[in-house]
Design a protein around this ligand. Structure first.
Ligand SMILES: Nc1ncnc2c1ncn2[C@@H]1O[C@H](COP(=O)(O)OP(=O)(O)OP(=O)(O)O)[C@@H](O)[C@H]1O
Length: 232
């Protein structure tokens, strides 16, 4: 199993009160699969993903990624894991505005341990013609494609996407989802995605429904839908 999360708990305290955000989450995902975390605002999706991505730590429980016990790593080793093994994609693309598309990707590939070739990645996301453009010269969908290129150029084992289509219109969302599906297929990258949109769950092998810090339901899809066929 590629991802094993076991009885994960996390609370935030503010003064006297404690907010129990994750109340014992358990889930698994196989290598090369797509998982989708669904749930309403405040249910703990980002908190869970931040712990899986090594950005944050749990209070108790266990996270194992490809045999690596995250919960046992010291801070330096956790940083190595986050830097070398995980690609992040967010709702807002977080590109560096005064760098070109190519440079935005190069800043990541330059410090990566096993980077992919920048031009190969640009081609994979269909933006080889935009290498010298600046982010402001691109549409939202194109900027998200650059963000995907930047995330995959370091050849991560795991791609974490937090509402990757949250800022995009319907058609653009579907093309970005299709690209993520292609990355999953062509590079074998395991993908874990947060979404509000239940329809997106149809392109995931595993769907985890979160409610108030608990997994209310886990759905296993024997067959997944091509992103182009998802409707909402
Ligand atoms: N650093 C923090 N300090 C205190 N409370 C936090 C912190 N991060 C998250 N929370 C709280 O944890 C709860 C879950 O937040 P989280 O961001 O994980 O939810 P979410 O499901 O991702 O929501 P959304 O869909 O709105 O992004 C919320 O009540 C939030 O206020």
């Amino acid at each position: 199993m590629f991802i094993i999360v076991e009885d994960l708990k996390k609370s935030y305290s503010a003064g006297e009160s404690t907010n129990e955000v994750l109340k014992g989450i358990s889930l698994t995902l196989e290598k090369g699969q797509v998982g989708a975390i669904l749930g309403p605002s405040g249910s703990g999706k980002s908190t869970l993903m931040n712990i899986i991505g090594g950005v944050d730590r749990a209070d108790s429980g266990r996270v194992q990624i490809d045999g690596l016990e995250l919960t046992e790593l010291n801070d330096d080793k956790l940083t190595d894991y986050r830097r070398n093994e995980v690609g992040f994609i967010f709702q807002f693309y977080n590109l560096v505005p005064n760098l070109t598309v190519g440079e935005n990707i190069e800043v990541v590939s330059n410090i990566a341990k096993n980077p992919l070739d920048v031009d190969t990645v640009l081609k994979a996301v269909g933006l080889e013609m935009k290498k010298r453009s600046f982010p402001r010269e691109l549409s939202g969908g194109e900027q998200q494609r650059v963000a995907i290129a930047r995330a995959i150029v370091k050849n991560p084992k795991l791609l974490l996407c937090d509402e990757p289509t949250g800022a995009l219109d319907y058609e653009t969302s579907r093309s970005v989802l299709a690209l993520l599906q292609k990355v999953n297929r062509d590079f074998g990258t395991t993908i874990l995605m947060i979404t509000h949109n239940t329809a997106i769950g149809d392109m995931a092998h595993m769907v985890y429904k979160l409610r108030s810090g608990e997994i209310a339901e886990t759905i296993l899809h024997e067959e997944i839908l091509a992103a182009e066929r998802i409707e909402w």
